[in-house]
Design a protein. Structure first.
Length: 127
């Protein structure tokens, strides 16, 4: 099993922590956005009621996919799907039409060494 389905299994088994910066390939910085070599991602606020902002930094110019999934592993939003320049970026996830619960976001891009990097995090929407 790969991708988001594996992440959901790990989450459901309690193997993923409750932090907002869970990493599959690289460890993102928590706090300031560090663009030293690995892409970083974090969001605020968490938990949120209708809108949360996902902030991410890219160490190099790269194609970026930022996708949000619900707790069933269904894709609910494609936030970003294009090439972006190195530096800090942000995308707002508007969840007013979604039920309260857990959402996972997945940032897929390239690290400073040209390798694919996938960073995943958990968001909690309250009523």
């Amino acid at each position: 099993m790969t991708g988001i389905a594996a992440l959901l299994d790990q989450f459901n088994e309690g193997l993923l922590n409750a932090g907002c910066g869970i990493t599959i390939v690289n460890k993102p910085s928590v706090g300031s956005m560090d663009i030293s070599g690995a892409p970083t991602v974090q969001h605020y606020p968490n938990p949120f009621t209708s809108v949360t902002t996902i902030r991410y930094s890219l160490p190099v110019d790269a194609f970026v996919n930022l996708v949000v999934y619900n707790q069933l592993g269904q894709k609910v939003a494609i936030q970003v799907s294009n090439k972006q320049v190195a530096g800090s970026h942000q995308a707002s996830f508007k969840a007013a039409n979604h039920s309260a619960g857990i959402f996972l976001y997945q940032l897929q891009t390239m690290d400073a060494n040209g390798k694919t990097s996938i960073v995943t995090g958990k968001m909690v929407k309250t009523k």
